[in-house]
Design a protein around this ligand. Structure first.
Ligand code: DGL
Length: 264
């Protein structure tokens, strides 16, 4: 008997940072990854666009791949749509991502935490409720990183450098001294893909917090069918440029990947 795959989607290549953690935690599990690059970036679009895309991708993953669990590997899509996806797919376990404010507040010694995320995530009711619930625990400095996910999506190195510098600078003073930001949350799944760039800009004393590993653990706990031993498979799809996803997969995850283009 083959185990049903886990479906994973993001607006583009950002979800690869989550898939990496999922594969490390669930080495025998098969996955289907969809990059919605033809409809990205999500973070600066109207939430109705993100909701429509999340619904279409979920339907596709269920109908074409009979997934046993869905991981919404995108903070922006989780914030806009996860409550609807759960309502409409009550029989499907769905794991989402949200910026790791709580672990960051616990880790911070200075009680000042920077949050880098998309405009859509920061403006969502879900994020605002999370932020409000933690204001006693730390001072959060929020930064909507316009353009950064898109630059990462297209691997545009000069634009990545310029935007990363602009957004990190806007956080203010970072370091381990009193009143400095000593912990920064990567609240968009694209950002861990440029971790060395961000760390270099923020300095060695700043701790970066992302959500990949905790989401992988949560997915393992929620899986209805435990993965068997055997050769797992990953199927790769994109609604955008197959070459871009292929290059990204080969760079971050595995040497060979066959990417198919989807029209959904
Ligand atoms: N990777 C997505 C996230 O985690 C969003 C990137 C985008 O703006 O499309 O928020």
């Amino acid at each position: 008997m083959t185990t049903r795959p886990v479906g994973v989607f993001d607006s583009g290549i950002g979800g690869l940072s989550v898939l990496q953690a999922l594969r490390a935690d669930l080495p025998h599990q098969s996955f289907v990854y969809v990059a919605d690059s033809g409809h990205s970036p999500y973070g600066e679009r109207d939430p109705s666009h993100v909701i429509a895309r999340a619904r279409a991708l979920t339907r596709y993953l269920r109908e074409a791949h009979d997934i046993q669990t869905l991981v919404v590997a995108c903070n922006t899509a989780t914030a806009a749509a996860i409550h609807l996806l759960r309502e409409e797919n009550a029989d499907l376990p769905i794991v989402g991502l949200e910026p790791a404010l709580k672990p960051a507040a616990l880790a911070s010694q200075t009680h000042r935490v920077g949050v880098l995320a998309t405009r859509g995530t920061l403006q969502s009711a879900k994020f605002q409720a999370l932020h409000q619930s933690l204001t006693e625990q730390a001072d959060f400095v929020l930064r909507a990183c316009d353009g950064l996910a898109d630059a990462i999506e297209h691997q545009d190195l000069p634009r990545i450098e310029a935007l990363a510098r602009e957004h990190v600078t806007a956080l203010g003073s970072c370091g381990a001294a009193k009143d400095q930001i000593d912990t920064v949350v990567l609240g968009c799944t694209h950002y861990p893909l440029i971790l060395p760039t961000l760390q270099a800009l923020l300095g060695p004393e700043v701790t970066l917090v992302e959500s990949g590993a905790p989401v992988a653990r949560q997915t393992r706990r929620m899986l209805p069918q435990a993965a068997e031993t055997g050769e797992p498979r990953v199927l790769w799809y994109t609604t955008g440029d197959a070459g871009e996803l292929q290059t990204a997969v080969q760079r971050w995850l595995q040497p060979q990947a066959r990417v198919e283009t989807l029209r959904i």
